[in-house]
Design a protein around this ligand. Sequence first.
Ligand code: AHG
Ligand code: MN
Ligand code: MN
Length: 333
Amino acid sequence: MSTQTTLTQFIIEQQRNTAEASGDFTLLLNDIAAACKRISHTVNRGAITGMLGSAESENVQGETQKELDIVTNDIMVDALNWTGHLAGMVSEEIDDPIAIPSEYPKGKYLALFDPLDGSSNIDVNLTVGTIFSILTSTEGVDAKLSDFLQQGTEQVCAGFVLYGPSTMMILTTGQGVNGFTLDQDVGEFVLTHPNMTIPEDSREFSINMSNQRFWEPAVQQYVEECIQGEEGPRGENFNMRWVASMVAEVYRILTRGGIFMYPFDSRDPSKPGKLRLMYEANPMAFIVEQAGGVCTTGRQRMLEVQPTDIHQRVPVILGSKNEVNRVVSYHQE
Ligand code: AHG
Ligand code: MN
Ligand code: MN
């Protein structure tokens, strides 16, 4: 008999330690895992499906959608809307909250997701992923827009699935962070990376340097000091990485530490950052904190930002504790 722990087994065992566990949550997570396996398969088939490239549409953020942004969104919605565990959904790709069709029962959970993160990487065959966040709502009632506007501290679960050389799910329910690898042969996620932690120190930073002229002084100073290396005030050399897929960036940081920044920039006053709070920043913040790291806007703990809009953008600085705290201190100067 195999000694490998499957995702389902892991969640059931975790639930047994939780007083208010109903079993509903295990089923919801299984539905998300099933949807992500389907997405993994679709993404993996690449050009064979004829679904690479852009669609002829824009999302609410004014970004041109990729064909696969739409397809993966539909996979998530179709997998989750009928099962009776959700009271509503929010997706990066859909302007308004997605209602549960009237013929299906409403559950007590809300699912918020970025169905395909890093989708600009699809056409060049680099790692992409799905990010999700679970909140609770009133059971049996259709969720209203205002029901979604909860601080990140209210998340009961957050995770992301990475479609890279291997497909992996990284998950937290507030009891640490665990990584599962999809065994393609049997179609199960198995626990391969228990208790992931982020080293407190790191000498690797991650930022899109082409935006440098739009950054604030605090981020300018931090990056300048990294680049000066041994000759600068830090007295050490730094390395840089930019995948342009937040999922890949956060996974690297969970593996070997580092700092990732998509900071405030002055390009467009209506957009205080690029990444979205509800289905990118908050789930990643929950995971990063649970792994011992820090996630902030530069001025506030991410999980305490009060949302005002389901698609609002925020500056994001996350990763190894001592490096992120250094950037925060530069903001205070
Ligand atoms: P999405 O594909 O869901 O729109 O998100 C892409 C995000 C994030 O994953 C990544 O860190 C960042 O955008 C990349 O931005 P640049 O294109 O500015 O490098
Ligand atoms: Mn994204
Ligand atoms: Mn996306």
